[in-house]
Design a protein around this ligand. Sequence first.
Ligand SMILES: Cc1cc2nc3c(=O)[nH]c(=O)nc-3n(C[C@H](O)[C@H](O)[C@H](O)COP(=O)(O)O)c2cc1C
Length: 305
Amino acid sequence: MNKPNMEVTLGDVKLKNPIVTASGTFGFGREYGEFYDLSELGAICVKGLTLSPRQGNPPPRIAETPAGALNSVGLQNPGADAFILRELPWLRGHAVKVIANISGNTAEEYGVLAEKLSDAGVDMIEVNISCPNVKAGGLAFGTSPDSAALVTRTVRRHSRVPVMVKLSPNVTDITEIARAAAGEGADALSLINTLLGMRIDIRSRRPILKNNMGGLSGPAVFPVALRMVWQVKNAANLPILGMGGVASGEDAAEMMLAGASAVAVGTVCFSDPCAPLRIRRELEEYLHNEGVDSVSKLTGAVKPW
Ligand SMILES: Cc1cc2nc3c(=O)[nH]c(=O)nc-3n(C[C@H](O)[C@H](O)[C@H](O)COP(=O)(O)O)c2cc1C
């Protein structure tokens, strides 16, 4: 059999293969670019961008856990303008799609970010709704269908490129939020963001993270992520970028069978910087062994009992 066709489409954006980097785990690609050619990837999703530069939370802000990591980095980034000036032109020098991940304190801020970044020439906007809504007492946008709808509507109105809404798993029913985003014109959904967690140093009796709590990611969250991708695919028929603990080509195949059109790779990059390319190769091997000629045929092909 010939090499399988690895092309996929994510909300009208054509990717040469389904492997994307997860926001916040790949910076702006410069460090990883020293290990391999970034144009080998399907897309790069950059670190979460805000209107103003942010220092993030005080350290310690990473804690190891069995099969994963807890982080409370707190959206450290140079701000959207600095990204557009210094990082985007460099990224554009590679034949790879660029997804800008955005975070705001208010729906209006999300709108301004979407306009700036889509005008600047990114290929897609990923809307991180796991951020506190300052005007609604600090409750995360992604935890209520109404505020998720408000942000999606605002971003959709201001963006000239496809909009992907990134769902938070820290909710009772993720399908409600997915439907709210779909109802306001989201072109795609991505999930999952990190699961809220905590660790304590039993000698000092202090939480390990200075922020007390943090987001859990890595292989520990994979089955939860997979379950949510499957539920969301059945609830809102939009293309999905599936993520959460993907560490091998077999995990990527599982994510796609559950309903993902493409797969983001995050925490595993910290222990294996070349993981995205390894995962792509392993996925190709799986397709070859299964006699599947096109990776997109995996999407949603699970046969539930
Ligand atoms: C250190 C770190 C920083 C992250 N920063 C962001 C961010 O800025 N915006 C965002 O939407 N998600 C962020 N995430 C979440 C990831 O993009 C991803 O949704 C999550 O880690 C699950 O995937 P994984 O288990 O493969 O890492 C971050 C995750 C980690 C570990």
